[in-house]
Design a protein. Structure first.
Lengths: 300, 306
């Protein structure tokens, strides 16, 4: 009798045997998006060294310089200068730091709250479940951006507040999915055995349930990164995000909007390209991870 | 059926209650409500008077009762900036938002449904991937960037369309496309998956066995049933669109509800901000309720299951 291994299991086993090579070499790995995200992270970390000028101080004597390849541009200001003479390239470089910090931290905040509440709600059931799920349903009904604007209007904009606001707005997405997973995990043999063995609820949730939902949480986090960055940029664009003169990409576009009609296109186009590249990369990576790590989520 | 409707109605009422509680608590607990509810620059005496007038010196549950009672009677407060009741302002802007949402929905379905069908019929082929990329772009590109690039191309360089404002049909095109593209992705995915499901069903197989031409099988037999979930989603999204167009309306200076929210935030006109959030959330909760009921009416499995 021959044992036929399903192809899916075979690749998974191979990946487990040699994770370092098989993982990266597997078919369809989004190399370019990964490279873009790593590059943005690199730029964010070394912004102080990379930026040719101070991102917050400009000189009115050199306002609205076009990029170097246009007439009037100079090599000192590769991508031109803005309405108060600040170097656009330097602001983009420091803006990467703002986007990375706000994006990644907000996703983590939302992920931790959502995953924990999802596990509690799914495993404990009863009243805890009812309360968490009703709040989740209600908050999901509020359009995310509108809700974020409302919160920003109350607490006032600052980098920390934006992170907390985004965390508060987006944890519900995790809670919904994680709870569903926990409900099915609860019926599985190993959890029942753990109960029989006398494990406390806390131990079961922490040691047996959490490790099994962490993959889904990671996939969701990658997919949420794009959403969160767009929301952050939108808040900045509307003037309730990261406060000026900090260089945030959304803020740069809001400032640049006034110059658009008279042809200062570089003020809006460059930050827009940065946001687009980052969000698109995060989404492509997330889509790939979803298929790779979590076949159950494929249907979503 | 009656039981199902009652339970759904109960859930929706609970959601509305939680929504009001959320809004109420965030305003009272996370900061000084007098700073939000009184006009910027009010004197200390005025603030004290306001504190008393709004009942902020009373226990929380009394305050909450007043909050709910005034909402239920349609009193959402006065706008600081416009000096008129907030509800009047809201209804002034609603037709504009509705117009924008309807046109945007039209465009979005015009893009989403054909590309979804194409993707389902040609799974993993060129049109499927092209559709996926187009949908992903719609979701990934920030709306304000799409809007600004459209303005740059069609208003600044080509001079074909007005960059902002309202009044003619031409004013509508760019904002509606920007808003519609974002939602086209969802409609495309829904059409694709629902179409795939229907194409695998028995009656489609029968239609094929009868020897009907493929165009008739897909265009007539499959499409009719595949569109039901898409139309439902479109119905929900129409309401969502009215309430999430804040970025689009700000970019194109379209005088709708989103623009009202933006003005509320910039002029620190808190009653306006609060009203837009509360009404928007309530609208969406109610639409979800209606859709649940509608589904149960159409599909007995749903109402019998629970």
């Amino acid at each position: 009798m021959t044992v036929i291994t399903p192809p899916e299991t075979a690749t998974l086993a191979a990946a487990a045997a040699a994770p370092s090579t098989a993982f990266w070499r597997s078919r369809g790995f989004p190399l370019i998006p990964m490279a873009i995200l790593l590059f943005i992270a690199f730029v964010a970390v070394f912004a102080d060294v990379l930026a040719p000028h101070d991102p917050q101080i400009g000189s009115l004597a050199r306002r609205f310089r076009p990029p170097v390849w246009q007439e009037g541009g100079s090599w000192a200001y590769l991508l031109g200068t803005d309405h108060v003479g600040r170097d656009v390239l330097s602001r983009l470089i420091f803006g990467a730091r703002v986007s990375m910090i706000v994006g990644v931290t907000a996703v983590l905040v939302a992920g931790v709250i959502g995953t924990l509440l999802g596990i509690l709600s799914g495993y404990l059931g009863g009243w805890a479940d009812q309360v968490v799920m009703r709040v989740t349903d209600t908050w999901l009904a509020l359009p995310a951006l509108t809700f974020a604007i409302f919160l920003a209007a109350i607490v006032g904009p600052s980098e920390l507040n934006i992170i907390l606001i985004l965390g508060l707005v987006y944890w519900t997405r995790y809670a919904r999915v994680i709870r569903g997973e926990v409900l099915s995990l609860k019926q599985r043999e190993f959890v029942r055995l753990a109960i029989v063995a006398g494990c406390s609820k806390r131990i079961i949730m922490w040691r047996h349930i959490l490790p099994n939902v962490i993959n889904s949480a990671i996939v969701l986090a990658t997919l949420m990164l794009g959403v969160v960055i767009v929301t952050e940029a939108s808040l900045s664009f509307l003037g309730v995000g990261v406060p000026p003169p900090k260089p945030a990409w959304g803020l740069m576009m809001a400032d640049g909007k006034k110059g658009l009609m008279v042809g200062y296109w570089w003020l809006t186009v460059f930050p827009g390209i940065c946001i687009m590249l980052m969000v698109l990369s995060a989404n492509l990576l997330g889509d790939w991870l979803r298929v790779k790590l979590d076949p159950q989520l494929r249907q979503l | 059926m009656k039981q199902y409707i009652i339970r759904r109605a109960g859930y929706s009422l609970l959601s509305l209650f939680l929504l009001s509680l959320t809004i109420f608590l965030f305003v009272r607990v996370t900061g000084d409500p007098t700073a939000l509810l009184t006009e910027p620059g009010a004197s200390v005496d005025d603030i004290e008077a306001m504190r008393h007038q709004f009942g902020l010196d009373q226990p929380l549950w009394v305050q909450y009762w007043h909050f709910i009672a005034s909402f239920l009677t349609g009193d959402l407060g006065q706008s600081f900036y416009y000096r008129t009741p907030v509800l009047d302002l809201y209804f002034q802007r609603l037709p504009n938002s509705l117009l924008l949402a309807v046109v945007a929905m039209g465009l979005s379905l015009l893009i989403g449904i054909p590309s979804g069908i194409l993707a389902a019929v040609r799974v993993d082929r060129f049109w499927d991937s092209a559709g996926k990329i187009f949908a992903l772009l719609g979701l990934s590109l920030p709306q304000f960037w799409v809007g600004l690039v459209l303005i740059l191309v069609f208003s600044v360089y080509l001079g074909w369309l007005p960059s902002s404002g309202s009044g003619t049909f031409l004013h509508l095109l760019m904002p509606a496309f920007t808003l519609g593209w974002y939602f086209a992705a969802a409609h495309m995915r829904m059409t694709r998956s629902s179409m795939l499901e229907v194409l695998g069903s028995e009656y489609v197989k029968l239609a094929r066995l009868k020897g009907l031409p493929e165009s008739l099988v897909i265009g007539k037999h499959a499409l009719k049933n595949a569109l039901i979930p898409v139309v439902t989603l479109a119905g929900i999204n129409l309401v969502v669109m009215i309430n999430v167009a804040v970025v689009v309306e700000t970019v194109f200076a379209w005088p709708g509800i989103g623009r009202l929210l933006y003005e509320g935030v910039t002029f620190r006109d808190f009653p306006v901000v609060q009203a837009v959030v509360v009404i928007g959330g309530s609208m969406i909760i109610m639409v979800n309720f209606l859709v649940d009921i509608l589904y149960a009416l159409i599909d007995p499995r749903i109402r019998l299951e629970s």
